[in-house]
Ligand binder design. Structure first.
Ligand SMILES: NC(=O)c1ccc[n+]([C@@H]2O[C@H](COP(=O)([O-])OP(=O)(O)OC[C@H]3O[C@@H](n4cnc5c(N)ncnc54)[C@H](OP(=O)(O)O)[C@@H]3O)[C@@H](O)[C@H]2O)c1
Length: 324
């Protein structure tokens, strides 16, 4: 497993990290023993970075990670997230930052993260979403700076609002964040326009989430594919979205025919080819997925001509988290 630095202020971490949303909830039936064996197998194979959030099963994902890490000696960097106080998601441009990320709320919420992750200092605390309306008053990040001084968090970050990822660029340039979490994959390539270059200029670490477009970019779905009750992808891929997605995926598969990569491997290698990326965090639900994803680090790098052809598959379709 190759490693990279999590920006200029962060530790060395595995270039393939563990996305821990699905082990928390909202992805249909997920057995806890599968979640634990996915985590254990990933760590056995050199994964040393885990991304979770308070919102992944209301702390469930964090608690499973804490339980699993108890029995292990290796140094693992765990990133978690604090969501805004109840209200619109993503935040409305009319929201006041003090109504969504009040200092007292942030402090209480972060104390809970410390308890759930069973640690006295969080490696990385990310604000789970943002709006550019708050860039002129990034007060919550001033609170996170204080929490760093108090020894409660090591690094501060932000996870981009999906519809306006570039809204965090001002925070990066302003020195407010050590790390950003972005969506960057075959379909969503807008971060390559500016955000990733700014990360390199400023030394801000980059975590890439949703590398498989919630599974479609592994190439395993058919046009008729449906998801079980309780899986948010029933909304995400609602109506005609699955057939439209599968058509795009089939075109990418053709591009990969003689490449030697599977779709899932190519999806991860494409992301890792950008030098601004610190780690890519595919979601993993079982040991087999952990094995498949961790193994990608050791495969040969993606050749420039294939990268160029895959760049042409960007799809400006906007984001689907709200469903139809
Ligand atoms: N705004 C945010 O902050 C935000 C939003 C989304 C995600 N994230 C972070 O990014 C991480 C990754 O994104 P994600 O989990 O949403 O989606 P993803 O990585 O695009 O897709 C993950 C899903 O693909 C399937 N899968 C994984 N490895 C596979 C393989 N090798 N072959 C075939 N299928 C495979 C699994 O689902 P099935 O087996 O059920 O198909 C898995 O849950 C999250 O876990 C979370 O940590 C952050």
């Amino acid at each position: 497993m190759k490693t990279r630095h999590l920006g200029k202020s962060g530790p060395e971490i595995s270039e393939i990290g563990f996305g821990a949303w699905a082990i928390g909830g909202n992805w249909g039936p997920q057995g806890e023993s599968d979640s634990i064996s996915a985590l254990e197998r990933a760590l056995d194979l050199g994964v040393s970075f885990i991304d979770t959030a308070a919102g992944y099963g209301n702390g469930k994902s964090e608690k499973i990670i804490a339980q699993m890490l108890k029995g292990r000696d290796e140094r693992v960097t765990v990133a978690t997230k604090t969501q805004p106080m109840p209200g619109d998601w993503p935040p409305s441009p009319y929201d006041k930052v003090e109504d969504r990320y009040a200092e007292s709320y942030l402090r209480e919420h972060i104390e809970e993260r410390l308890r759930f992750l069973e640690t006295d200092c969080l490696d990385l605390l990310q604000l789970h979403t943002w709006t550019r309306a708050w860039n002129s008053n990034p007060e919550p990040f001033a609170v996170l700076k204080e929490l760093k001084k108090e020894g409660k968090i090591r690094l501060a970050g932000v996870s981009t609002p999906e519809h306006d990822q570039n809204s965090v660029i001002d925070l990066m340039r302003g020195g407010w964040v050590d790390v950003v979490q972005v969506i960057y994959n075959f379909f969503e390539q807008e971060p390559a326009a500016e955000l990733l270059d700014v990360a390199q200029e400023t030394g801000v670490g980059v975590i890439v989430g949703v590398p498989f477009d919630e599974g479609s970019l592994t190439g395993k779905f058919t046009e008729e594919f449906t998801f079980p009750e309780g899986d948010f992808r029933r909304d995400y891929f609602a109506g005609d979205r699955m057939p439209r997605t599968v058509k795009r995926v089939e075109a990418i598969k053709k591009e990969l025919e003689d490449s030697g990569y599977t779709m899932a491997q190519a999806a991860l290698k494409f992301i890792l080819a950008h030098p601004a990326v610190s780690t890519v965090i595919p979601g993993m639900r079982n040991a087999a997925q952990a094995e498949a994803n961790a193994a990608v680090s050791d495969l040969s790098e993606m050749p420039e001509d294939l990268l160029g052809r895959l760049r042409a598959h960007a799809w400006r379709r906007a984001f689907w988290y709200d469903g139809k």
